[in-house]
Design a protein around this ligand. Structure first.
Ligand SMILES: Cc1ncc(COP(=O)(O)O)c(C=O)c1O
Length: 368
C-alpha cells in the first residue's frame, strides 16, 4: 500500500451529489471510469453486548451491508474502475472467498472477465458459487490461501489486473480509507479504539491511514488505537506481535489448523514481510494484535445473530476479542485520553457462510 498522501480539508469534504465511497472521490486513486454497485456509506450502530467494559460505548460498523456483503466492495469498485482506465481484459485474484465474490460482481458490472484462485482449505463453497454466478472462472488450488496467492502470482499476464487483496494491489487499500472518514462523520469524533479482523492486515493499515488523513487535514487531533484480531488457529501476526524480533517471528512457520474464521486465515507463507507493515501500523497507533479461539468466535457469531446481526465468524472475531485482557488494557488506556467509543468492524455477512449459523431442519411431514 502506498503511504498516506497528505489530505486537505477539501479532500475530506464529501460530494453530496455522489453516493457511497465516491462521495470521497478525492481520497481515492484518480480514475476516469466509475464502476459502482452502491458500495460504502454502511451503517454504524450502537451495540449493547455483555462483554463491553464499563463506561465504554461499543459501535458496530456494518461492512457486511456492502453490495456483495463485505468490505472488499470498496476496494473492488476502485480497482475495476482503474482496470477499465487501463484497458484491461479482466480481474484476477487469490481469495479466501469474499474478495472472489466481490471481484466477480464488479468485473461483471464493468463488462470484464474474472479469474479466481481459491485454496481448497478455505472451504468457501458458497462464496465461490456466487462468484461463478457472476460469470467468474474459478480455479481451486490444493492447500491454503498462501498456495492460492502463489498460483495467482504465477498466472499474472498482460491484460489481467491482479486485485489480490493483500498488499499486492494498492488501489484496494486506498479505498478502505473511506471507512475511517465515514466512522468520523457518523460518530462526530474519532473513536478511542477500532477492532479489526485481520488476515495480512491491509484493511487495518488503510483504516488507520484514513484516520491519519483526518489529523493531517486538521479535522481530528489523534488516531484510534488499532486492534488486529486473528483466529488462534492461524495467527502469524498475533504470534509475531508477542515476540521481540518481528522479522524472525514472521519467518517461523506457525502451526495452522482449520478455523470457522476461514476469511482471515492467512499464514502469510511466501510474503511474510507484508506482516511487518501491519504490525508497524498497530504499534504506531499504540494498539495490539490478539488471537481468539474457536469457541469464542462461535459464541460471538451467535451473540451477534441474537441481536439481529448475521455476520460471518471472521467478522465476529472482532467481538470475541473484547473479552481478552490485552484488549481491555488497550481500551482502558485509550479511555483516559481519547473518546470512550470502541468500533468493531463487522467485515462480512453471515449469509455467505452457513457453516457457523445453527442449522434449521424443516420437519419432514411439513415439507410439501
Ligand atoms: C470477512 C473478512 N474480514 C477481514 C478480512 C481481513 O482483511 P485483510 O487481509 O486486509 O487483513 C478479510 C479478508 O479476506 C475478510 O474476508
Amino acid at each position: 500500500m502506498a503511504d498516506p498522501t497528505p489530505a486537505t480539508r477539501e479532500d475530506l469534504t464529501s460530494d453530496p451529489s455522489a453516493i457511497g465511497i465516491w462521495r470521497h472521490r478525492t481520497l481515492l486513486p484518480p480514475s476516469r471510469h466509475t464502476v459502482t454497485l452502491g458500495e460504502g456509506e454502511t451503517a454504524l450502530l450502537p451495540l449493547s453486548v455483555s462483554t463491553a467494559p464499563p463506561g465504554v460505548k461499543i459501535h458496530a460498523k456494518l461492512e457486511s451491508l456492502n453490495p456483495t456483503l463485505s468490505f472488499k466492495d470498496r476496494g473492488m469498485a476502485v480497482a475495476s474502475s482503474w482496470a477499465l482506465d487501463l484497458g484491461m481484459r479482466g480481474l484476477m485474484l487469490a481469495s479466501t472467498g469474499n474478495a472472489a465474490v466481490s471481484a466477480s460482481a464488479y468485473a461483471a458490472a464493468a463488462g470484464m472477465e474474472c479469474r479466481i484462485f481459491c485454496g481448497t482449505e478455505s472451504r468457501a463453497h458458497q462464496k465461490l458459487a456466487a462468484a461463478a454466478a457472476h460469470g467468474a472462472q474459478v480455479r481451486l488450488v490444493d492447500g491454503d490461501y498462501s498456495a492460492a496467492y502463489a498460483a495467482a502470482v504465477g498466472a499474472e499476464s498482460d491484460g489481467w489486473f491482479n486485485v489480490t487483496t493483500t498488499y499486492r494491489n494498492p488501489a484496494l487499500a486506498e479505498a478502505y480509507r473511506t471507512i475511517a472518514v465515514e466512522i468520523f462523520e457518523q460518530l462526530g469524533r474519532v473513536p478511542g479504539v477500532v477492532i479489526v479482523p485481520v488476515g495480512a492486515g491491509p484493511l487495518l493499515r488503510a483504516v488507520l491511514a484514513g484516520f491519519s488523513d483526518l489529523v493531517t487535514a486538521g479535522l481530528a487531533h489523534s488516531v484510534p488505537r488499532m486492534i488486529g484480531v486473528q483466529a488462534l488457529a492461524c495467527a502469524p501476526l498475533a504470534h509475531a506481535w508477542s515476540q521481540d524480533n518481528w522479522r524472525l517471528a514472521l519467518a517461523e512457520a506457525v502451526p495452522v489448523s482449520p478455523t470457522l474464521a476461514g476469511a482471515i486465515a492467512d499464514s502469510l507463507r511466501g510474503y511474510e514481510r507484508e506482516g511487518l507493515l501491519t504490525l508497524s501500523a498497530v504499534k504506531e497507533s499504540r494498539g495490539t494484535v490478539v488471537a481468539v479461539d474457536e469457541d469464542s468466535i462461535l459464541a460471538a457469531t451467535h451473540e451477534l445473530a441474537r441481536r439481529g446481526l448475521l455476520v460471518e465468524p471472521a467478522a465476529a472475531a472482532a467481538l470475541a476479542a473484547l473479552g481478552l485482557v490485552g484488549v481491555r488494557d488497550v481500551i482502558s488506556d485509550a479511555h483516559e485520553s481519547q473518546a470512550h467509543d470502541v468500533v468493531l468492524l463487522l467485515t462480512g455477512h453471515g449469509a455467505k457462510e452457513p457453516s457457523a449459523t445453527p442449522t434449521f431442519e424443516v420437519p419432514d411431514g411439513k415439507r410439501s
